[in-house]
Design a protein around this ligand. Structure first.
Ligand SMILES: [Zn+2]
Length: 207
């Protein structure tokens, strides 16, 4: 899909016709657990974590490049699909292909970066990786290509909710990355899947 300016619209991008629905969110007054008043099958993942409700109407309206669609991002992560074209991510003997903002030398506290990184940007196929490093503003000149041997579903990124005193709609305190074994996980409205990257090898992106 093309936005008309030569820039491909990533598979995981949200379109303006895809609204999010928070209207029926509630926080259980005793357990603090976040829920929908009218909860439906599919609102939670297999860890019991609540996910944001979003319409699925890709390619209708305008693309919103900065806003990731929760279902498509989750699908791309879990099935190792390319975040741009939804084809299979490129895989070779060293693992699947990921592009990361280069933080080598920046993280003095993390010499093994990106080993163990919690990633929210899904992997890519080779042709889309080549286009992305040319066109994506947040990657241009600052990316590193990495092969990942072991990418595991590890948690979610989303809003951390608290009950509103005196009742009413719960309020979001912050957007955070939370592993599935964190006690706060049931206060989160998940918007993106988080994968832990292990067995990472830096590579030069092949021409
Ligand atoms: Zn692709």
């Amino acid at each position: 899909m093309n936005a008309g300016s030569g820039v491909p619209v990533p598979y995981i991008a949200t379109w303006s016709s895809e609204k999010r629905h928070h209207e029926s969110l509630v926080v259980h007054p005793v357990t603090g657990r976040l829920a929908y008043r009218d909860e439906r099958p599919g609102d939670r993942d297999e860890h019991g974590v609540l996910w944001v409700r979003a319409d699925c109407r890709p390619k209708r309206g305008r693309p919103q490049f900065g806003l990731v669609h929760p279902r498509r991002q989750r699908h791309a992560m879990r099935d190792l699909r390319c975040q741009v074209c939804d084809g299979p991510a490129d895989v070779d003997g060293l693992g699947s292909l990921w592009l990361l903002r280069d933080e080598r030398g920046v993280r003095a506290d993390w010499p093994a970066w990106p080993e163990g990184m919690a990633a929210t940007d899904p992997p890519l196929c080779l042709p889309c990786a080549r286009v992305s490093v040319r066109l994506c503003p947040h990657l241009r000149g600052r990316y590193v290509a990495v092969r990942v041997r072991d990418a595991q579903v590890a948690g979610v990124y989303g809003g951390l909710y608290f009950p509103k005193s005196g009742g009413g709609r719960p309020r979001v305190a912050a957007d955070v990355t939370v592993p599935y074994d964190d006690p706060n996980i049931h206060r989160i409205l998940a918007a993106q899947q988080v994968m832990e990257l292990r067995g990472c090898t830096f590579i030069d992106l092949p021409d």
